[in-house]
Design a protein around this ligand. Structure first.
Ligand code: IDP
Ligand code: MG
Length: 147
């Protein structure tokens, strides 16, 4: 079992697609280990999008990512990084197949509903960036009722 980091972006939150997107991950068998809503600071985004800081579209990306709060999810499952990336589809929503999250709900290459870690190495870095240790849970995959 691996854990990957997903962000539900402002178009997902503003467009009220949070439930639909979470449903797809849960139906694919992923377990939620962490979930939180917050406003992404400029500093956080500079770290998260460090590989894009010199791109001409970075200022616009920053405005977009701060246009509403976002939701971070830590999702656990077999081969989580690769399987979540398959479920969401490629970066450009216009090139994403129908049936993928971005293909069904995304607008374009920037406004594309979700972020998901692209390697186990980056998942570890991103989980630390968005969740404090006490905010990630390990629990039995069942529940108890009466003692
Ligand atoms: P990914 O989200 O599929 O991993 P990255 O290349 O890591 O794609 O880019 C991170 C985010 O930056 C994208 O999800 C998208 O929101 C934005 N982005 C990437 N490339 C472009 C572009 O060419 N124009 C505008 N926004 C972009
Ligand atoms: Mg990426």
């Amino acid at each position: 079992m691996d854990t990957t980091l997903v962000l539900l972006k402002p178009d997902c939150v503003a467009g009220r697609k949070v439930g639909e997107v979470v449903k797809r991950f849960e139906e694919a068998g992923f377990q939620i280990r962490g979930a939180k809503m917050f406003a992404a600071s400029a500093e956080l985004l500079k770290g998260h999008y460090a590989h894009l800081i010199d791109k001409p579209f970075f200022p616009e990306l920053e405005v977009f990512m701060q246009s509403t709060p976002v939701v971070a999810l830590a999702l656990a499952g077999d081969n989580a990084v690769e399987r979540v990336r398959t479920i969401i589809g490629p970066t450009d929503s216009k090139k994403a197949d129908k049936g993928t999250v971005r293909g069904d709900f995304g607008v374009d290459v920037m406004v594309n509903i979700v972020h998901a870690s692209d390697s186990n190495e980056n998942a570890a870095i991103e989980l630390k960036r968005f969740f404090a240790p006490g905010e990630l849970f390990d629990y039995a995959m069942g529940y108890r009722t009466k003692p």
